[in-house]
Design a protein around this ligand. Structure first.
Ligand SMILES: NC(=O)c1ccc[n+]([C@@H]2O[C@H](COP(=O)([O-])OP(=O)(O)OC[C@H]3O[C@@H](n4cnc5c(N)ncnc54)[C@H](OP(=O)(O)O)[C@@H]3O)[C@@H](O)[C@H]2O)c1
Length: 342
C-alpha cells in the first residue's frame, strides 16, 4: 500500500493552468458512435450517475455521431440537478471532416474553421462556453500555432475556458505551449499503450501540461469483459482495429487472463486494475473511462479505491509487460493522422 495524504477522490489538476477535475472523467463517445448501438436512456442515466458520483469532466467530440453526442450531453445536463450541471466541465474535440456516409476525410484546423466548429458546438451543447476545446488531430496543412491561436482568441472572448490538445507529439506540444497555456493533452494511455512514456509524457510534465488518458481499457479489450466470440456490429471501430483481429486478439486476451489472476488475488476486477494502474502513473493524469452503462460506470469508479502497492504494480506489469500488445493501436490509415506517432 502506498501512503499519501490524498484521498482517492481528491481532485486532480489538469496541468498548471487547467481546471481541477474529479480524478476520473467520463468519455461519452461510445454513447453515440464507434462501438455499435448505444441505448439513449442508458447513456443519459450513466451521465447522471457519473455526475451524482462527483465526476466533473465530460469528454466529447462534435463528430461523435456528427452532433449526436453533444446533443445527448445537452439533454443529460438539462435534466440533471442544477448543482451537478454547474459543476460539469465539457471537453470538446473538433476538426474532423466527414461524409454523409460517416467516412472521415481529413481535418480542418484553419482559424475560421475553428470559430465555425465552436459556434455549432455551443449551440448543440446549449452552453455559453466550452471548458476545454481541442482539435482532434493536427491539420497537416495548418501550423498548430494558428489552430491554437484561434482557440486562444475564443478564450479571450469568453467562449472557451482552456486550450487542450489531442494525440500530438512532443514537438507540437512545445510549439502550441509557446503560443498559449495548454491545460491537457488527451492521448491514448494504458497498460498496452505506453508509447507516451518515452518522450511525450516527460515533455508534458516539463511544460506543466496535464494528461487526459483515453483507451485506458483499450476500448474494452483489456476490460476483462471482452471475449473472442463477441460479435461486433458493422461499423464498430473494434472490427477494424488491429488489436482485435484474429491471432492478435488471441494474444491480447491471453495478457488479460494473466492480468485477471493479479486482479483476483487483490479481490478486484480486471477493469479496475487496469484503471488503477493508469491512476498510479501520476497525479497529473486523469483517465477518461468510456462507460455507457451504469454497471460499467460503477465498476470504473471502484478503481478509485484500488491503490496498487509496489508489489502489486510489479505483478501487473509482469502480467502485461511493456510493449506486449499484439497489433498497432489504430489501423494504418488512421495511424498516419497521429502527430504523436511521427
Ligand atoms: N482524443 C482521441 O483521439 C480519443 C480517441 C478515442 C476516445 N477518446 C475519448 O476517450 C473516451 C474513452 O475512450 P474509450 O471509450 O475508447 O475507452 P475505454 O474506457 O478504453 O473503452 C470503453 C469501452 O470498454 C468497455 N468496458 C468494459 N468494462 C468497462 C468499464 N468498467 N468501464 C468502462 N468501459 C468498460 C465498454 O465497451 P462495451 O460497452 O462494448 O462493453 C466501453 O465502451 C471516449 O469516450 C472519448 O471521449 C478520445
Amino acid at each position: 500500500m502506498t501512503t499519501h495524504t490524498h484521498t482517492p477522490r481528491t481532485p486532480r489538476s489538469l496541468g498548471t493552468t487547467g481546471p481541477e477535475v474529479f480524478p476520473l472523467g467520463l468519455g461519452c463517445m461510445g454513447m453515440s458512435a464507434l462501438y455499435g448501438e448505444a441505448d439513449r436512456a442508458a447513456s443519459i442515466a450513466t451521465i447522471h450517475a457519473a455526475l451524482d458520483a462527483g465526476v466533473t469532466l465530460l469528454d466529447t467530440g462534435d463528430f461523435y455521431g456528427m452532433g449526436h453526442n453533444e446533443l445527448l450531453i445537452n439533454e443529460a445536463l438539462r435534466t440533471a440537478p442544477a448543482a451537478a450541471r454547474e459543476r460539469a466541465l465539457t471537453s470538446v474535440k473538433f476538426g474532423a471532416l466527414r461524409t454523409v456516409e460517416g467516412a472521415f476525410t481529413g481535418y480542418d484546423g484553419r482559424p475560421e474553421a475553428v470559430k465555425n466548429f465552436l459556434a455549432y458546438s455551443l449551440q448543440r451543447l446549449g452552453r455559453d462556453h466550452i471548458d476545454i476545446y481541442r482539435i482532434a488531430r493536427v491539420d497537416p496543412d495548418v501550423p498548430i500555432e494558428e489552430t491554437v491561436g484561434a482557440i486562444a482568441e475564443a478564450v479571450q472572448a469568453g467562449h472557451v475556458r482552456h486550450v487542450g490538445l489531442s494525440e500530438v507529439g512532443a514537438d507540437t506540444l512545445r510549439r502550441a505551449a509557446a503560443v498559449t497555456p495548454i491545460s491537457d493533452l488527451q492521448i491514448e494511455y494504458s497498460l498496452i499503450s505506453r508509447g507516451i512514456e518515452r518522450e511525450i509524457l516527460p515533455t508534458a510534465r516539463e511544460l506543466g501540461i496535464g494528461v487526459t488518458a483515453y483507451g485506458v481499457l483499450s476500448r474494452g479489450l483489456i476490460s476483462g469483459h471482452f471475449s473472442r466470440d463477441r460479435l461486433l456490429a458493422p461499423g464498430d471501430f473494434r472490427g477494424m482495429s488491429p488489436r482485435f483481429q484474429g491471432e492478435n486478439l488471441h494474444r491480447n486476451l491471453e495478457l488479460v487472463e494473466a492480468l485477471r489472476k493479479v486482479a483476483e488475488a487483490r479481490g478486484v476486477s480486471v477493469a479496475q486494475t487496469a484503471i488503477a494502474w493508469v491512476l498510479s502513473r501520476g497525479e497529473d493524469i486523469v483517465p477518461l473511462v468510456g462507460a455507457r452503462r451504469r454497471d460499467r460506470l460503477a465498476e470504473a469508479l471502484g478503481a478509485l479505491d484500488v491503490t496498487l502497492g509496489p508489489e502489486e504494480l510489479a505483478a501487473v506489469e509482469q502480467a502485461v509487460p511493456e510493449g506486449s500488445a499484439a497489433g498497432a493501436r489504430y489501423p494504418e490509415a488512421q495511424m498516419a493522422h497521429l502527430d504523436s506517432e511521427h
